[in-house]
Ligand binder design. Structure first.
Ligand code: NDP
Length: 270
């Protein structure tokens, strides 16, 4: 594409951002849709200064990643209600009046990945492993879609706190073998390097869960997913969540359906 005086500038705010797949994904999407837009890394140590820069420089929209998903909140003009409940945003949308609105598409990405795999969230029970930032966003999103959620986490205090906030049951991680659910969803760091030799649950319990979703995407086929596939479970990869959170961002920024096929190719081959 040719960059000119009217090119819309988007980017990813975080520290660091060098590893992100988002620039490749969004630039491919903008090009495929024939839009005069570019998406660039916006490395920033300070969340408030980054939001001020979005305003000052006329940046049209941005992704927000670690460590600023909570820190940007205080600097926004408005926060979409589910994102406000989660207490974290990963997307900034600049509206026609220059107001910056925060959204959270992480949970949308997880929900769409499950829907694509054929899970009916309106009637599903999900055993959610983890109580960190991702588990929190996904938990609120699952409830918003009508799912029943049970939280399990290594640290009981943290797990019970999240379960109480979500208004759902808590199960100690050691007791997941007692649980039966339509979906086992791993939102812990177990499976990602340096924990890539581990599974968050004993492999013997996997038969209880028809669908296993691991949001860890590096490696793509985690130990958990390999074991789940071997037991005949339907497997959902973390890359699908990464893809669909980006698809939702594209749709928020442009008001158009995203070129999902192009974005999928970039994300899954990256
Ligand atoms: P947090 O640091 O906020 O939370 C980490 C979670 O992992 C906690 O529940 C923690 O339990 C648990 N955990 C860590 N180590 C162990 C262990 N050895 N045994 C059992 N549980 C453990 O991380 P995030 O929520 O931000 O991220 C979690 C994972 O999700 C990461 O691997 C990340 O890459 C992935 N991710 C994927 C995305 C996608 O689009 N696919 C998007 C965002 C994140 P405890 O409370 O006991 O410490």
């Amino acid at each position: 594409m040719t960059i000119d005086g009217t090119t819309g500038v988007y980017g990813i705010i975080g520290w660091p951002v060098g590893h992100s797949r988002s620039p490749a994904m969004h630039n491919a999407a903008f090009a495929a849709a024939g839009l005069n837009k570019v998406y660039v890394p916006l490395p920033a140590r300070d969340a408030g200064a980054a939001v001020a820069a979005v305003r000052a420089l006329g940046i049209c929209g941005a992704s927000v990643t670690i460590p600023h998903k909570e820190g940007v909140l205080a600097h926004l003009d408005e926060v979409e209600p589910v994102a406000a409940r989660i207490g974290a945003v990963n997307t900034l949308v600049v509206d026609g009046r220059g107001r910056i609105v925060g959204h959270n598409t992480d949970w949308i990405g997880a929900n769409r990945a499950l829907a694509e795999a054929g899970v009916d969230l309106g009637s599903a029970t999900v055993l959610l492993l983890g109580a960190g930032g991702s588990a929190r966003a996904i938990g609120f999103g699952l409830l918003a879609a009508g799912a029943r959620v049970v939280v399990a986490n290594r640290s009981e205090d943290r797990g019970r706190r999240l379960a109480a906030e979500l208004g759902c049951a808590f199960l100690p991680l050691a007791e997941v073998g007692r649980c039966e659910a339509d979906v086992l969803l791993n939102a812990t760091a177990v499976g990602m390097a340096p924990l890539d030799h581990l599974s968050p649950v004993p492999e013997s319990v996997l038969e209880r869960f028809p669908t296993v979703f691991d949001i860890v995407y590096a490696p793509r086929r985690t130990r958990l997913l390999a074991a789940a596939a071997a037991r005949g479970c339907r497997c959902v990869e973390g890359l699908a969540m990464l893809l669909y959170q980006g698809v939702a961002q594209f749709e928020l920024w442009t008001g158009r359906p995203a070129p999902v096929g192009v974005m999928r190719e970039v994300v899954f081959s990256g």
